[in-house]
Write a protein that binds this ligand. Structure first.
Ligand code: B12
Ligand code: SF4
Ligand code: SF4
Length: 300
């Protein structure tokens, strides 16, 4: 279920109780930071690889923790003895669980936290405090009989509604997985080169997505030219990706993903670059390029 992300299994028990992380925590404050772009098209584009929407903006971890620390400082200044620690994504805490208990939204069948007034294109950050704060009630579930996300997932990554098998998720393959991508999933990954938004794109509640306020505007398009991604690390590309989550995927992973997408595109114009990589010293890249080359000669 977790693929190479061993930390998920390792900390499973303690991640459910924040007191394993902050001993004297008495309240948890959860916030949603929207990165929606109402009306913006996010479609495949010939010769390009797709990047998940959140990844087109500046890396959010420090930024959002910083915003929560501002709240912490304000609370600490107002309540004597109040102390707290902010978290966003990097700490051993099940953020969706806490956010759902805090009433930010309900857990959709696609495992995403969803709000009736903001859809699911938002990131979560939290603040654990050593003081009692008034609690909110969990939000009611509005998925009803809809199964659009479960039906649309290209890799069938949901063994049941609300449970994600991370080891089958395109987001896992393209961002986290270091080695060879299993053959059975390559075609299904299509043109995704960093993350995946399919189970959110089809969600009817995302017609209520909200534009970002705390997060800066996108720095890159959500479609990137495949040749540029697989080519030599140009100063131009490095500068464009600097400070973005995409820069977290080491160069080799991005190249592997771009080679895969080239195979799925079946465009003859990639033959030369794929032939070059087919004899690369790196076995993961060489094998990926050979597979993609084999796709060029086959009819779609
Ligand atoms: C590891 C991780 C991943 C892994 C694995 C995800 C997984 N299995 O959940 C991979 C790389 C695949 C991944 C993908 C994505 N991720 Co991610 N990921 C995380 C991370 C770091 C840990 C999540 C985790 O531990 N999951 C394990 C399972 C057990 O927990 P869970 O899904 O959170 O759900 C539990 C609770 O919600 C609770 N629950 C609450 N209500 C209900 C109701 C029912 C009926 C049930 C059964 C359970 C349930 O029980 C669940 C099971 O224990 C979190 C940040 C964090 N620290 O929480 C971000 C986070 C979950 N990811 C996030 C995002 C944005 C994504 C992507 C959209 C990125 C992308 N576009 O590619 C995809 C979405 C995939 C999907 N459909 O969920 C956001 C989600 C925001 C939101 N609105 O929900 C988070 C919260 C990061 C953040 N700080 O904003 N991610
Ligand atoms: S992010 Fe993509 S691959 Fe992962 S569960 Fe959603 S639709 Fe499936
Ligand atoms: S697509 Fe349908 S089932 Fe999936 S999360 Fe959205 S409302 Fe729920």
């Amino acid at each position: 279920m977790h693929g190479e992300m061993e930390y998920m299994a390792r900390n499973e028990g303690s991640r459910r109780d924040i007191r394993a992380w902050m001993k004297d925590a008495r309240s948890v404050l959860m916030c949603a930071f929207s990165y929606g772009e109402p009306g913006a098209p996010h479609a495949s584009k010939e010769g390009h690889g797709r990047v998940a929407r959140y990844a087109a903006r500046r890396d959010y971890h420090d930024l959002l923790r910083g915003r929560m620390n501002e709240v912490r400082d304000w609370l600490s200044a107002s309540v004597p003895g109040a102390r707290g620690v902010a978290f966003c994504d990097m700490s051993p805490i099940l953020e969706r669980s806490y956010a759902s208990a805090a009433g930010l939204g309900w857990q959709g069948k696609n495992a995403m936290l969803l709000g009736a007034d903001l859809g699911s294109y938002f990131l979560i950050a939290g603040l654990a405090m050593n003081i009692d704060l008034p609690g909110d009630s969990p939000a009611p579930d509005h998925c009803g009989s809809c199964t659009k996300c479960l039906d649309a997932c290209p890799t069938d990554a949901f063994p049941q509604a609300r449970v994600l098998d991370a080891s089958k998720c395109i987001s896992y393959f393209t961002i986290e997985s270091k080695g060879t991508i299993p053959e059975a999933y390559r075609e299904k990954i299509g043109d995704w080169v960093y993350g995946c938004d399919v189970c959110q794109e089809v969600c009817p509640w995302n017609r209520f997505e909200k534009p970002a306020r705390a997060l800066p505007p996108p720095k890159i398009a959500t479609e990137l030219p495949l040749e540029e991604l697989a080519g030599p690390a140009s100063a131009g590309l490095r500068a464009r990706l600097k400070g973005l989550p995409v820069a977290r995927a080491v160069r080799k992973r991005l190249t592997r993903n771009a080679l895969l997408a080239m195979g799925n595109s079946r465009l003859e114009r990639y033959r030369q670059i794929l032939e070059q990589y087919a004899s690369d010293a790196d076995p993961v890249l060489a094998e990926q390029a050979r597979w993609s080359l084999s796709r060029l000669s086959r009819p779609a």
